[in-house]
Design a protein around this ligand. Structure first.
Ligand code: MIG
Length: 841
């Protein structure tokens, strides 16, 4: 099992002492800043107490009456006794609700939102006072309590927001007059902002980023404040990556609430009363986007506002093997060879903090990695990519170039008096770059040059909440610490996303011909633009297996499509059965990595005996066969924001039976995955949506709209294809690019029924390179492929496996029909067809 002694190599007495002294030093510093007004000692005591106090939600003053109303080009502004409320139509289906003490609203751009006001689409808006409300008469009227029938209405083609009553209440209705929310109150605190609303008591709620609980948040409370949640478990909140975006859903009708404010926030999601949402943030201006439509439309709009993920290179969708930490370099190479010898497909090996020299970012440990370039060359020769970890804490160490440069240029976060803030992390006392500044981000990006030149392919930003190693744990960077964009209270939640942005922007500049691969632990709205994410330090338990699916589905609903867990669990050691089941699940999640903590037992797929090795190989091989399908789903995420792993409630919103389903999911458009999440289980129930479904391997048909029990012996992961779907597969490769694209025979599994399916293809690595999109149409009589775009070197050999076809193929237009055979109830025919074709049977 876990060997705690191994940790002693990392957790030195010095580290512990530093971590313990941190609180005292911080309190002393804060006391010094406060001294003058109060006695030193009293200030010290107060600072000490303040550091340990956990803040709570602000008190708000809801508006009771209105004093002025003005129609504006995109909406209206209403002056109340408790602040100015402004409604702005961003698009037909997006309203922006703003509230501030006075009328001077700055442009609605932030680090999270990428669409500036001049990019908003034209929209027809009608804004007027109703029910005889007349505020123009008096010069400075006292607040007028709205009488029944009086109010303000802002209407677009799709939405109507009305303000009425005393206290002032908001109601949102859709184009058909259906109430989307009611009894809503927008309010300010001093400081703080808040919004509450009533959705139907039967509403389901999704989103908020990374939450270690059920997918449907109804009935729970949450906090948004990114922390290092080491050893988290079910119910721990908050975790590493929050997203202030909540989707309220009733059947196919969804409303997204996106609070564009990175301050610490609290949400009551139907915990006090079913369907009633209350959200409050500790500061900022109330800037709340209301998005309405189907869940897919809402997510499309949200990712339009905050940006979509970029397409990663194909190899990033391969398997990643990691551990804290693989060293020295001989061990890394031995692992690479072992994986190849055992034919366990793998694309990326991860190098955790031990690769650094004294935990100094962007360095190599001279003894452990004496010849990194030679090691990386050899890894590349074996078809591996290497990924290195980079932390935000820069060791306070005169003579260390990164430190010297950033200090000289004043790039670190500071106390209000200008002195750099110091916090303990792995290297001991560290300073932290201010990623809210563009010039700091540019400088930071440049730091990757050396590792890139050495041959490192990908990176991992850890500890970017930002986390400190304090004793006892839990202290963060104090609120008063200064970023250029504001104090830490205002910027904390964005620190991780800004670091990821600095890293990804730098990588794009340094290697314009490549797509960066960056993994981040912390993040915020918009982080999907720059990084993949893993769900942090989980544990080797069955409940964490289940959680990892719930969390990935929740992240997908929050606009973050490329995520996955530490397969097998980070702390502890999984049983062979747990590891095998975890490999099965993770092999169909967007980001697929095995990782485990220092001192944990070996956790490579071959570490659990031949049986589990074979099961792992089968899972890996299925992943590699499905790469063209996964890549197409990845491309869809970049186009529409729809995640790769989709909650059933997202994919089939009209079917209310799925509102709380989080133990099965849709991978892309066509595949339904029902992983086994329970110890000892050899069967499980799957809830099939309406229509027919087919076993992925055998094509066997199941009538949908009901629950079916499926056998799931250890070797089986229940996997179903939608009727009429065409799923593209490749032959197994040991890594992406093992064989040239032109040589890969494309297998098209065409399931009975009618439908359209997509295949996106490009060279798998060049940003904006040539690509093509195929549309497959399966019908009772045949299969047709239409193609847009051209891809040099695209494969021409195609194997069509058409399930449920009795006779032979009769005719092919657009290519040469080769050998045909029957396999079970499938017709298998080989074609030479580089592009569009029509096959008839
Ligand atoms: O304090 O770099 O979540 O994946 O292996 C621990 C060492 C720091 C935390 C990450 C984990 C990583 C570990 N890091």
């Amino acid at each position: 099992m876990f060997n705690p002694l191994a940790l002693l190599g990392a957790v030195t007495p010095r580290l512990v002492l530093n971590g313990a002294l941190h609180h005292l030093r911080t309190a002393a510093r804060e006391a010094r800043l406060a001294a003058g007004e109060r006695g030193r000692l009293a200030a010290l005591a107060e600072a000490w107490r303040a550091a340990r106090r956990r803040p709570g939600p602000p008190r708000l003053s809801p508006p009771r009456g209105v004093t002025a109303f003005a129609a504006e080009p995109r909406g209206a502004s209403v002056t109340t006794d408790a602040g100015v409320l402004r409604v702005v139509a961003v698009a037909d289906d997006v309203l922006l609700l703003r509230m501030a003490p006075a009328t001077n609203f700055p442009p609605a751009t932030s680090n999270a939102v990428v669409v500036s006001e001049d990019q908003w689409p034209a929209v027809a808006v009608e804004a007027r006072a109703v029910g005889g409300l007349d505020l123009a008469a008096a010069d400075a009227p006292p607040p007028v309590a709205l009488r029944p029938g009086e109010g303000v209405v802002v209407r677009t083609g799709a939405l109507t927001l009305s303000l009425s009553g005393s206290p002032c209440r908001l109601r949102l209705t859709g184009a058909a007059g259906q109430v989307l929310f009611d009894e809503a109150v927008a309010a300010l605190g001093s400081p703080g902002v808040g919004f509450s609303a009533r959705f139907g008591a039967d509403a389901a709620f999704y989103g908020l980023g990374e939450k270690a609980s059920a997918l449907n948040h109804a009935g729970r409370r949450f906090e948004l404040w990114n922390v290092d949640a080491a050893t988290y478990t079910r119910g721990t909140d908050p975790l590493y990556l929050g997203v202030p975006f909540l989707v309220a859903q009733r059947g196919a009708q969804a409303v997204g609430l996106f609070l564009d404010d990175p301050h610490r926030a609290w949400l009551d999601v139907g915990a006090t009363a079913p369907g009633a949402v209350d959200l409050r943030a500790a500061g900022g201006e109330l800037r709340l986007y209301l998005l309405a439509g189907t869940p897919a439309q809402v997510l499309e709009r949200y990712t339009w506002l905050t940006g979509r993920a970029r397409l990663p290179p194909l190899w990033a969708l391969g398997f990643h093997q990691s551990r804290y930490s693989y060293f020295p370099q001989a061990r890394v190479l031995a692992l690479a060879k072992e994986l190849r010898r055992r034919r366990l497909p793998c694309d990326v090996l991860h190098l955790d903090i031990h690769h650094m020299d004294g935990y100094r970012c962007f360095t190599w440990h001279p003894e452990r990695f004496p010849a990194p370039r030679a090691m990386l060359d050899e890894l590349h020769g074996l078809g591996f990519k290497a990924l290195c970890i980079v932390d935000p804490g820069i060791k306070v160490d005169p003579g260390y170039r990164v430190y010297d440069e950033a200090l000289a240029r004043r790039f670190f976060l500071t106390w209000p008096d200008g002195e750099p803030f110091t916090g303990p992390v792995w290297p001991g006392p560290c300073h932290f770059p201010d990623f809210s500044r563009e010039e700091v981000r540019a400088w930071w990006g440049e730091q990757y040059r050396g590792l890139l030149d050495d041959g490192v392919d990908a990176f991992w930003n850890d500890m970017n909440e930002a986390a400190l190693l304090t004793v006892p744990p839990g202290a963060g960077v104090p609120d008063v610490v200064q970023h250029a964009g504001g104090d830490h209270a205002a910027l904390h939640n964005e620190y991780g996303a800004l670091m990821a942005r600095a890293s990804a922007e730098g990588l794009r500049r340094l290697r314009p011909g490549q797509r960066p691969v960056l993994l981040t632990r912390a993040g915020w709205a918009g982080v999907q633009r720059d990084a993949l994410h893993w769900t942090g330090d989980n544990r080797s338990t069955w409940d964490h297996l289940r959680l990892s699916l719930q969390m990935v589905l929740g992240l997908g609903y929050s606009g973050v499509p490329f995520t996955g867990p530490d397969t097998g669990g980070f702390t502890g050691g999984p049983s062979p059965e747990l590891f095998a089941r975890w490999m099965q699940l993770s092999s169909l999640l967007p980001f697929f990595r095995v990782h485990s903590v220092l001192g944990s037992p070996p956790q490579e797929p071959f570490a659990f005996g031949p049986r589990v090795e074979a099961l792992s190989r089968a899972a890996l091989e299925r992943r590699y066969r499905l790469l063209p399908y996964l890549y197409t789903a990845a491309w869809q995420a970049t186009q529409t924001g729809a995640p790769l792993a989709r909650a059933m409630a997202f994919a089939f919103p009209a079917d209310r039976r799925f509102a709380s389903t989080d133990d099965q999911f849709m991978l892309g458009d066509a595949l339904l995955v029902a992983p086994v999440l329970e110890r000892g289980a050899r069967a499980r129930e799957v809830l099939l949506p309406e229509g027919a479904w087919h076993d992925f391997e055998t094509g066997e048909r199941y009538e949908g709209g009901r629950a079916v029990r499926c056998e799931a012996p250890l070797e089986r992961l229940p996997l179903y294809a939608r009727a009429g779907a065409v799923v593209p597969l490749w032959p197994v490769q040991q890594h992406v690019g093992e064989r040239p694209l032109a040589e890969l025979q494309l297998e098209l599994r065409a399931y009975p029924g009618a439908g359209e399916s997509l295949l996106y293809e490009d060279d798998g690595e060049t940003p904006g390179g040539p690509h093509r999109l195929s549309r497959f149409e399966r019908s009772a009589r045949g299969l047709a492929r239409r193609v847009e775009g051209a891809l040099p070197g695209a494969p021409a050999r195609v194997l069509v496996r058409a399930f449920g076809v009795d006779g032979p193929a009769l005719r092919l237009r657009g290519g040469a029909l080769g050998a045909q055979r029957r396999e079970g109830d499938a017709l298998c025919c080989e074609l030479e067809a580089a592009g569009a074709f029509e096959l008839e049977w």
